[in-house]
Design a protein around this ligand. Structure first.
Ligand code: KE4
Length: 427
């Protein structure tokens, strides 16, 4: 028995499913998960000492690679002054000023502890500001696990085949309307049916929780005009795309100005951090400035802020990083597509910038329904082959691959060689 297997045997006795987040259990793969002991740069190392080139990067935070020396140093430095005070600190001001300076649509921002909290709070703020109740989300988009968002969600919900979730009373989701990603008509129909009731449309500006599904040309622009026309707020859930597609996220990359934005992952540098922000008149609704209540014991935690400030500062000071990362991503994912096409593997590779996904389907993947045509059994075999050859991918078809600044050309060429070998073997 490997140490990972032994740890998993113990874990399932005292942690639901043996993990603290479902996708980590390798449920879609059907074998015990790897327990990771350490990470550095583009590599992670499991409890049995196996090294892997890591294409998850903690599901997005590690855009600079694991264990960046400056991020680590700032965490250790901050920790020496105390871990948490439950009181205001300078670092929270620095972080808020940094986000407002980098993202033009954000005039005020509130720190929380996860993407889920950020989305839950942004939705509440949108409802408080508009006085309306309904929220439009897209099938296959995942916005964390707050009750109202667990409707046709993506990510783990999609992989586990849970249509929604147990324990969510219909009262919590009756105001959540589902639309089809990349289909503006499906959104317009909802606005026509509920002209004065929709508080907000929330969207992943790049779908990354049904696999990677980029927005069709005009889709985001269309959402922006529909929200403006009907007096609803446009919420960009940039928990994945924020500070990844560009320094100012997908909104900068596509040139769209949402009313509210949610963040997570990268802004914490690997520590538990989420945030939501937007126009001053909207964010001024949030307590204690306004009537929308939201709070958090560890929100703006000084050690987490130190990690996030350092990571964002490094990103801000290296604007060439994004061009390089996006160019390498374009080359890498196109090479994967070429290899699999030449082998007649019958796959589709969707990608944008450093995000990518291999879908085991011949259909173009543009929304939840087309993503669902993917053969998850073939994905499982592909994942296992890659894992056994030292490549750590998402253990589920409906997730993303994440490149970092730490992945070298050699790492990517090695990965392509393994994919080439896989393609030859599984013609
Ligand atoms: P967290 O609560 O997991 O920090 O963030 C929720 C969330 C919100 N919005 C988007 C667009 C997200 O992708 C996420 C979380 N992403 C998943 C990856 N598919 C986290 C991995 C996990 O659930 O373990």
């Amino acid at each position: 028995m490997t140490r990972s297997e032994a740890l998993f045997t113990r874990a399932v006795e005292c942690i639901p499913g043996g993990v603290n987040s479902p996708v980590r259990a390798f449920g879609a793969i059907g074998e015990p998960p790897r327990f990771i002991e350490k990470a550095d740069g583009a590599y992670i190392y499991d409890a049995d000492g196996n090294a892997y080139i890591d294409f998850i990067g903690s599901w997005g935070p590690m855009i600079l690679g694991h264990n960046h020396p400056k991020v680590l140093e700032s965490v250790l430095e901050a920790a020496k002054s105390g871990l948490s005070f439950g009181a205001a600190t300078e670092r929270e001001v620095i972080m808020a000023e940094l986000i407002c300076q980098i993202v033009p649509s954000i005039e005020m921002v509130r720190m929380v502890n996860s993407g889920t909290e950020a989305v839950m709070s942004a939705v509440r703020t949108a409802r408080g500001y508009t006085g309306r109740n309904k929220i439009v989300k897209f099938m296959g988009c995942y916005h964390g696990h707050s009750d109202a968002m667990l409707v046709k969600a993506g990510s783990g919900v999609m992989a586990q085949g849970i249509p929604d979730s147990a324990g969510v009373p219909s009262g919590c989701t009756e105001d959540t309307l589902s639309a089809v990603y990349n289909d503006l008509e499906s959104v317009e129909a909802l606005f026509r049916a509920h002209p004065d009731e929709i508080a907000a449309v929330i969207v992943e500006p790049v779908g990354a929780n049904m696999g990677v599904v980029p927005p069709k040309k005009g889709f985001l622009e269309g959402l922006r005009s529909l929200c403006t026309e009907y007096g609803a707020l446009l919420i960009f859930d940039e928990v994945i795309t924020g500070f990844r597609l560009a320094l100012d996220g997908a909104q900068g990359y596509f040139g769209i100005r949402p009313d509210l934005t949610t963040f997570g992952k990268i802004i914490g540098g690997g520590m538990p951090v989420g945030a939501y922000g937007g126009r001053r008149e909207i964010m001024s609704m949030v307590a204690p400035a306004g009537p929308v209540y939201q709070a958090g014991t560890l929100s703006g935690n000084p050690v987490a802020m130190a990690a996030g400030i350092t990571q964002l500062t490094i990103l801000k000071e290296s604007p060439e990083l994004y061009q390089k990362l996006n160019e390498i991503g374009d080359w890498f994912y196109s090479e994967i597509e070429k290899i699999l096409e030449e082998a007649g593997a019958g796959c589709r590779v969707n990608h944008i910038g450093s995000l990518g996904c291999v879908f085991f389907t011949q259909e173009p993947v543009v929304n939840y329904a087309s993503a669902k045509t993917a053969d998850v059994g073939r994905y499982r075999e592909y994942f296992k082959y890659m894992l056994n050859h030292g490549i750590y991918l998402a253990p589920a078809q409906f997730e993303a691959m994440f490149l970092s600044a730490a992945h070298t050309k050699a790492d990517l060429e090695n990965t392509l060689d393994v994919i080439q070998a896989y393609a030859r073997k599984h013609k």
